[in-house]
Design a protein around this ligand. Structure first.
Ligand code: GAL
Length: 391
């Protein structure tokens, strides 16, 4: 607790330390996708499935803190946060949300706590974290969203509880005939289906959200997005991963706000990352193959409420590399402040056998024919984006 207080006092009075070459061996100012990336202590950054918040001149990178071995695929520590002013050099700001020792806690050590994202609520002044939560020893069946809140960007975050979004709410974009719960016969049919697995099984497109109407919608892989009007959205894999939901949050960002749509039903998109460029929304996702990488997909819409259109694979390059998104899975799209048209595609190269060794693949987004595209770079820096202006 003391160290948390010290950490935050430090942050309030001075802001995160501006990195200099002195803090980083070699003083490198470039991105090297897939290579080990050290923090200011020379320790590899430990923030997997992460996202970045920009607040008062600093970036804050939140992600899953992983430990060695397969045990690292479950939450043994919590959500790690790092701060930076230049995106190359990251200061370790410690554990923003700590797993709990109490076995009765929903975030007890050994639970599954994935893809944490943090947004700042200007009305309440609070920093709000959402993440995918699976209660310990229940596999991935819970499909819940955890919510935590803090007064400072680096925390400490207080866990408020978990929920399944949109209990007793019908999605806005389904025909009226499907806005009714399944009857017993329909439910028995749905329960007889193998909804996971590969090759992709038959998916009853108009059934699963109705099955989950009373229990709340499933929420696994997720991201948060704050629009220009400060309305925030929770984008999550629902319906046994078969369909993505875009769900508006309440004004305080602490709960679902009561409106949502379903997109790409039965297409099994995961790992959503959302950006807005020239008034258009773009959603980069993966297919659904667990830790193994697969081909990314991009969808676009003129309104966040749709209609959404699939545009294919946003990666350009040789067939082998774009078939697995450069061996990575999306986690976030980071808008670079002060640089027009500059977005960084953030992805994870998972190492499930030794989770702590998972790597970060950060690549610059380029616009071709008005569509965000990604090509591999061994090493790049922010000057890359000066080329985007001419496109
Ligand atoms: C992936 C998902 C990861 C993690 C993993 C577990 O599909 O994107 O966040 O949940 O499955 O197998």
């Amino acid at each position: 607790m003391d160290s948390d207080i010290n950490r935050n006092t430090n942050l309030v009075s001075h802001g995160p330390v501006m990195m200099t070459a002195r803090h980083v061996p070699g003083g490198r100012a470039s991105f090297r996708p897939g290579e080990v990336w050290n923090d200011n202590h020379g320790v590899p950054i430990n923030a997997h499935g992460g996202g970045v918040l920009f607040h008062e001149h600093s970036y804050y990178w939140f992600g899953e803190h992983k430990i060695e071995g397969e045990a690292g695929n479950r939450a043994q520590v919590g959500v790690h946060v790092y701060a930076s002013r230049n995106l190359y050099h990251w200061n370790d700001e410690g554990i923003a949300l700590t797993v709990e020792d109490d076995p009765a806690s929903e975030i007890t050590r050994g639970c599954i706590l994935e893809r944490p994202k943090v947004i700042h609520n200007q009305r309440t002044g609070k920093f709000v974290m959402w993440f995918h939560l699976e209660v310990k020893d229940t596999g991935y069946s819970g499909a819940r969203s955890g919510v935590a809140v803090a007064d400072q960007p680096t925390g400490p975050y207080r866990f408020l509880g978990s929920l399944r979004p949109n209990t007793y709410v019908w999605p806005e974009n389904v025909p009226a005939e499907f806005k009714r719960p399944l009857n017993e016969e329909e439910l028995a049919h749905v329960e007889s289906l193998e909804l996971g697995g590969a090759p992709r099984p038959y998916f009853p497109k108009q059934s699963i959200f109705r099955r989950d109407f009373a229990s709340g919608q499933m929420a696994r892989d997720m991201t948060l997005f704050v629009d220009d009007d400060r309305i925030a959205y929770h984008v999550h894999a629902a319906e046994d991963n078969g369909t993505l939901h875009i769900s508006q949050l309440s004004h305080d960002y602490l709960r679902p706000g009561g409106r949502y749509i379903r997109i790409f039903p039965g297409r099994f998109h995961e790992a959503p990352a959302l950006m807005k460029w020239q008034k258009r929304y773009f959603l980069i996702t993966s297919d659904c193959t667990g830790w193994a990488p697969n081909a990314a997909r991009i969808g676009a819409a003129d309104s966040i409420w749709g209609p959404w259109e699939e545009l294919g694979n946003p990666c350009l390059g040789s067939g082998a590399t774009i078939a697995n998104t450069f061996e990575s899975q999306p986690t976030f799209i980071l808008p670079v402040r002060g640089l027009p048209d500059a977005f960084i595609f953030m992805a994870d190269r998972w190492r499930p056998k030794n989770a702590i060794d998972g790597r970060y693949v950060w690549l610059p987004i380029q616009f071709r024919h008005g569509i965000p595209m990604i090509t591999w770079q061994d090493e790049w820096d922010l000057s890359f984006f000066s080329g985007n202006r001419q496109k």
